[in-house]
Write a protein that binds this ligand. Structure first.
Ligand code: CTP
Ligand code: CA
Length: 224
């Protein structure tokens, strides 16, 4: 009975989670992306489901199986991610968790044909992508929103700054400069910040960490 909730921390709540990388096309055969594996987002989706939530996972391209009894909406680009996450939130969402590693920029245009090489140098014009998390957190009647922050330096400072700027209820800060942790690895260690508090989580598997994060998120959600 792997589909049955194992605790009731999020019973009756709707949770939408973004996960994985995005891909921004350059031409029909090339794209800009990053090394996100999607593991943290998928582990959170499974843990939220086990806690009794109805879970929608808006997922960029990853090599992971859909967690049991979780609805997956596949996306490719940052623009798709915003559209699908917004649609999922419109259908009802109590808690929104953004773990996706969204490409900050995309090519200003996607070439119709494969770009041929010619000069020794070439430049690619890029434009800013929309921010799914900030858009959803900024909505009227926004759900309880949880962001992630991947940082290599001044982790607490940048994470708190992101939480304030994007109007988040919580932010999970990841020091991605630590080898073997975070991006594309099986383990993670994070510090979670919320207005007026913080909690550190020592290194463990993303599955184990996801259980603890879901417990903390449900506690903060109920106090909000
Ligand atoms: N995020 C998002 N859409 C984007 C960029 C980021 O939803 N276009 C979300 C991520 O899923 C994460 C949070 O915003 O939950 C922070 O992402 P991060 O890349 O750490 O921060 P940015 O705001 O993009 O700032 P920077 O990359 O300059 O540090
Ligand atoms: Ca970014």
């Amino acid at each position: 009975r792997i589909n049955a909730p194992q605790n009731a921390a999020l019973a009756g709540l709707r949770v939408v989670i973004t996960a994985g990388p995005t891909r921004e096309p350059i031409d029909p055969v090339r794209y800009i992306s990053n090394h996100s594996s999607g593991k943290m987002g998928y582990a959170l989706a499974a843990a939220a489901r086990r806690a009794g939530a109805e879970v929608t996972l808006v997922s960029g391209p990853v090599n992971l199986a859909a967690p049991a009894a979780v609805q997956v909406r596949p996306v490719v680009t940052a623009a798709d991610m915003l559209a699908q996450a917004s649609a999922a939130v419109d259908e009802g969402c109590d808690i929104f968790i953004a773990t996706a590693a969204v490409a900050d920029y995309r090519p200003a245009s996607c070439a119709d044909q494969k770009i041929k090489k010619s000069a020794e140098d070439m430049a690619l014009a890029l434009v800013r992508n929309p921010d799914t998390l900030a858009t959803i957190a900024g909505r009227e009647n926004a759900p309880f929103t949880v962001g992630f922050a991947a940082e290599t330096t001044d982790v607490a400072h940048y994470a708190n700054d992101k939480m304030q700027r994007k109007k988040l209820n919580m932010i999970v800060a990841n020091d991605v400069s630590r080898p073997g942790l975070g991006f594309n690895s099986d383990d993670n260690a994070v510090t979670v910040f919320w207005p007026g508090g913080q909690q550190e989580f020592a290194t463990e598997s993303k599955a184990g960490l996801a259980e603890r994060l879901v417990a903390l998120i449900s506690e903060r959600f109920r106090q909000a």
